[in-house]
Design a protein around this ligand. Structure first.
Ligand code: B12
Ligand code: SF4
Length: 462
């Protein structure tokens, strides 16, 4: 399954953390660990590397143990992507969900690695690590180093300097019993990083889900929605890949007989010209691959939608999140209700694709009136587009440190500075989901109760 590159200095096992098994309640299908493949690409010339994804195995702990024994690495890299496995819609449902907490899984992972006889260095990274670096470093002394934010430069440099890590920027390490940070470093230059070498991890375990295989045309986001951690993780300046390089990668993926890819860009059509250039390049080269992406309704028009469809877009994902100016302003969406309504008019013209609307519930700025206006608009989407639309109306905001919503929640007394933002029990976890109004919660629960059987909002076009 995994391909090992022979020879060289370190034997590096890269592990996508166990999160939750596919098919279990409140979890989604595993996604191709693109970040790890970028990392593996950055080190594969110098070191032997193998990638395993614990989310793809029925017996993740056995899988991990065997990989340590069989590959015998001297460095292990663990990617901690997701903080927890609550679907943000499920959190207030009275059902028995199988919950997976990042710290519990990490403890188990570290124990298994140790039990399998590993004595080398353990390095962690990934989005959840970068959101909670000190918390995770302090969680276990078995972790030697933590790579903050992007790893394409820090990780290879660290492998070259394992005995003098202080010289490596972007690193959490231990010194005299304390955790130290070596200081921020510049973001990855995407042209220098090149395309991820996908031969390092075959995609076959991910292709059954349309969103399973990711591809990236840019990093960074110029918007600053109040709940969002993306600009913190990937920067608020855009780093665009050359459209030709993106389409080279799509061509390569298409050759592997993969039918669909998901752009992992925060917003595909910002800047619109770049997304148009990607579409035109796909058409110029006649690449046949379906794709899904997130779009901003402000930068959509008839011609653009048609161009995307011709270039293979099968699903337009929209996240207006709020409906009504109060909510949109409170979330700093930089969108108007008119633009959201206009997107529905445009969506009537979809021919070969579907559209998904993501809305949040009970967010800052939400009132009972806005809640019902949102419901009415969702009903209109359903009546206008039928099964061509999917409506995700159920998501609560998971409060994340470093966001405006975190500061709002603090000032409103919903959380305290000492609140554990990476808890390991359901009671503490529930506090971390923003709920502005009790009345909306009551209406929401009632609504879910009566609509559950009918699956009116969540009906999927797939
Ligand atoms: C695209 C995306 C999706 C797509 C994925 C499509 C696909 N095929 O990949 C979809 C919509 C399916 C999705 C689903 C979910 N997602 Co999502 N997603 C993203 C997004 C926008 C980009 C991820 C990505 O591919 N980045 C590109 C790669 C190249 O970067 P990277 O993974 O960060 O890796 C770099 C560094 O982190 C680092 N690194 C990573 N691992 C390691 C390991 C080591 C050892 C080292 C040294 C470094 C290192 O180096 C890498 C290269 O620079 C992020 C936001 C973000 N900025 O990351 C959210 C994000 C990762 N998702 C998140 C969440 C919560 C989810 C879901 C759990 C939502 C849900 N409730 O269902 C699911 C989980 C899916 C799964 N099975 O894991 C959270 C995770 C943190 C958290 N809050 O828990 C994020 C951060 C967004 C958020 N809301 O906070 N997601
Ligand atoms: S929600 Fe999307 S558009 Fe808003 S800041 Fe985050 S990534 Fe950017």
């Amino acid at each position: 399954m995994e391909i090992t590159i022979s020879s060289s200095r370190h034997r590096v096992l890269l592990i996508q953390s166990y999160w939750a098994q596919p098919g279990k309640a409140s979890t989604s299908d595993p996604v191709y660990p693109l970040g790890l493949v970028y990392l593996a690409t950055a080190i594969s010339r110098e070191h032997s590397v193998q990638i395993i994804d614990l989310c793809t195995s029925e017996s993740p702990w056995q899988y991990l143990s065997s990989a340590i024994t069989d590959f015998s690495p001297d460095v292990v890299g663990i990617s901690i992507r997701n903080a927890d496995s609550f679907g943000y819609s499920d959190i207030f449902a009275d059902e028995d969900f199988s919950i997976s907490y990042c710290l519990n899984n990490l403890t188990k992972t570290l124990n298994i690695i140790e039990e399998a006889g590993f004595h080398g260095r353990i390095i962690v990274g990934g989005q959840t690590f970068s959101m909670f670096p000190e918390r995770i470093m302090e969680h276990s002394n078995s972790i030697d180093f933590g790579v903050f934010l992007e790893g394409e430069n820090t990780f290879p440099e660290l492998l070259d300097n394992l005995d003098r890590p202080d010289s490596v920027k972007g690193l959490y390490l231990r010194k005299n019993g304390s955790v130290l940070f070596t200081g921020k470093r510049d973001h990855t230059n995407l042209a220098e990083a090149g395309s991820p070498d996908r031969s390092l991890l075959p995609a076959d375990r991910y292709i059954h889900s349309p969103a399973g295989i990711g591809i990236q045309s840019k990093r960074g986001c110029i918007l600053s929605c109040s709940y969002c951690i993306y600009p913190y993780l990937s920067g608020s300046l855009l780093r665009l890949r050359e459209p030709a390089a993106v389409v080279d990668e799509m061509e390569e993926i298409a050759r592997e007989k993969i039918e669909c890819v998901h752009f992992v860009d925060p917003v595909f059509n910002i800047p619109q010209k770049h997304s148009e250039a990607v579409c035109r390049e796909i058409l110029r080269r006649d690449v046949h691959i379906k794709w899904i992406a997130w779009f901003n309704p402000r930068f959509m028009n008839k011609e653009f939608i048609s161009l995307c469809e011709k270039a293979g877009c099968v699903k337009f994902e929209l996240s207006p999140d709020a409906y009504g100016s109060k909510g949109l302003n409170a979330l700093n969406k930089q969108l108007t209700t008119k633009e959201i309504r206009n997107s529905l008019k445009l969506a009537r013209g979809l021919t070969t694709s579907t559209i998904t609307y993501n809305f949040l519930i009970n967010h800052p700025g939400e009132t009972v009136v806005s809640f019902f206006r949102k419901l009415l608009f969702c009903t209109k989407i359903r009546l206008t587009l039928g099964n061509r639309a999917k409506i995700e109306l159920l998501n609560h905001i998971r409060i994340l440190p470093g966001t405006t919503v975190y500061r709002t929640a603090l000032s409103e007394g919903r959380i305290k500075p000492q609140t554990d933002m990476l808890p390991v029990c359901e009671k503490d976890m529930k506090l971390l989901f923003y709920r502005r109004s009790r009345l909306v919660t009551v209406f929401y629960r009632f609504l879910m109760l009566i609509l559950k059987g009918r699956n009116f909002f969540a009906r999927s076009p797939e």
